[in-house]
Design a protein around this ligand. Sequence first.
Ligand SMILES: NC(=O)c1ccc[n+]([C@@H]2O[C@H](COP(=O)([O-])OP(=O)(O)OC[C@H]3O[C@@H](n4cnc5c(N)ncnc54)[C@H](O)[C@@H]3O)[C@@H](O)[C@H]2O)c1
Length: 414
Amino acid sequence: MKKTLGIGFIGSGFITKFHIQSFIAVRDANVLGVWSPNHTHAEEAAGLARSLRVGDCQAFQSIEDMVASPDIDALWLCGPNHKRIENLEAIVKALKSGKGSLVGLAVEKPLARNVAEAKRVIELIEETGLLHGYLEDQLFEPGVVRGREILWRRAAALTGRPYLARCAEEHSGPHMPWFWQGELGGGGVLNDMMCHSVEVARLLLTDPTKPRNSIKPVKVSATIASLKWSRPEYADILQQTMGKEVDYRKRPSEDFARATIQYIDDAGNPLISEVTTSWSFVGAGLRLSSELLGPEYSLSINSLNTSLNLFISRRVQGDAGEDLVEKQNAEMGLMPVVANETAEYGYEGENRYFVNCFLDGKQPEVSCYDGLEVTELLMTAYMSAEQERTIEFRPKDLDSFVPAVARGTWNPRA
Ligand SMILES: NC(=O)c1ccc[n+]([C@@H]2O[C@H](COP(=O)([O-])OP(=O)(O)OC[C@H]3O[C@@H](n4cnc5c(N)ncnc54)[C@H](O)[C@@H]3O)[C@@H](O)[C@H]2O)c1
C-alpha cells in the first residue's frame, strides 16, 4: 500500500470545500481530484485544494476518469442526496470495467433518502469489495470524543453507566434549493440533520469498550412540524431566495423535528436519547449541542459558547457573510466566532481517521452499515410522527416506507 492516500471528491459544493479545508490538519493524504457535473465548480474546488497546499488537485471530466486515475486511491462521495445511488453506480461500472485501483469509499450523511435506497447503497458498496466509511463528522467533534472518553473512564467506571443523552442541531435553514425540496433531500430537517444528533447521542451512550450493538433501539417517538417556513411571508422569502420550485405554500418540508429513542443495553438497562433539530432557529449561527447524564456526572457542549467573541458596532455595515460561524445570521453586535470550524465540527478528526484506516487496509468502525442503521431510525421517526404514536423498533414495512414529506403529500396543518 502507498504511504500517502490520494483522494478524489465527487461533488464540489459546500461540504467538499469544508473537507478540503480540513485536510490542512490531516497527514498522509493528498486531495488530488474533484468531479462535479459543473466543471467550473470542480475547477474552483480543485484550485482551493491547490491554494491550501493539500494536494496537486485537478478537476476530472467524469467519475470514470477519476476512478481510472492511478493517483486516486479513495473517493469521498459528497454529491446531493438524490444522486448518491447514481454516483455509486458510476463507480461500480468503472471498477467492473477494470479501471482504477481504489481502496476505499467514504460516503457523506445521510447515507440515503430512505431504507430501500440505503440498502441499495450497501449492495453497491459490497459489490465493489472496497473498505467503506460513513462520513458522520460530529462523532469526531473534539468535545464529544474527549468528554465521552473522560466520563466513561473516570465517572461511569466507578458509579455506573450514563442513561440519558440529549443532542441537537439547529440553524436558520440550508444553503441550496435541493435541501428544501422533500423529494430531493428525502425529507426536511429530520433527514438532513437528525442523522447527526441520533449518532452523537448513540455514541455517548455506548460503552467505549463495547461494540455498537451493545445498545439496541427498542422504541421511537417523534414529532415533525413546519413552524416557520410555511408561514406565507416566509414561504415567499424562501421562494425568492431559492427559486420557484421551492414552494412552501404547497409542498413544505418539516423545519422542526424531535425524537425520543429508547435503547436497552446488554445488561437490560433502559437508556434514552432525546434529539431535536430545526431549520427555524435564528441565533448567531449553527448551534450544535450535546448533553450526557449519568448517576454522578454530566457533560454539556454548545458550539456557540465560543472562547472568541467579537463586538462589532452598528456603524460597521459590511456585506452579509459566513466568515464568523457557519449559517451566520448577523454581522454586528456581540458575535461568537468558532475559530477553527473544521476541527470543532469534527471534520479534521473524521478525515484523519478514515485516511488512516484506508492506508492501513482496515475496515473503519464507522461504516456504511452504521449509515443504514441511522436511516432505519430516521424513517421510524417519520413513521411515528405521521402516525402520532410511539413505534416499536424495527417496524415492519420499514423497507418500503417513504415519508409523506418526501412524497410531497405532507400537510403540516392537517
Ligand atoms: N457532514 C455535514 O455536516 C454535512 C454538511 C453539509 C452537507 N452534507 C452532505 O453532503 C452532501 C452534499 O451537500 P452540500 O452541502 O455540499 O451540497 P451542495 O449543493 O453545496 O453541493 C453539492 C455538489 O454536488 C454537485 N452535484 C450536482 N449533481 C451531481 C451529481 N449528479 N453527482 C455528483 N455531484 C453532483 C453539485 O454541482 C455541487 O457541487 C449531501 O449529502 C449533504 O447531506 C453534510
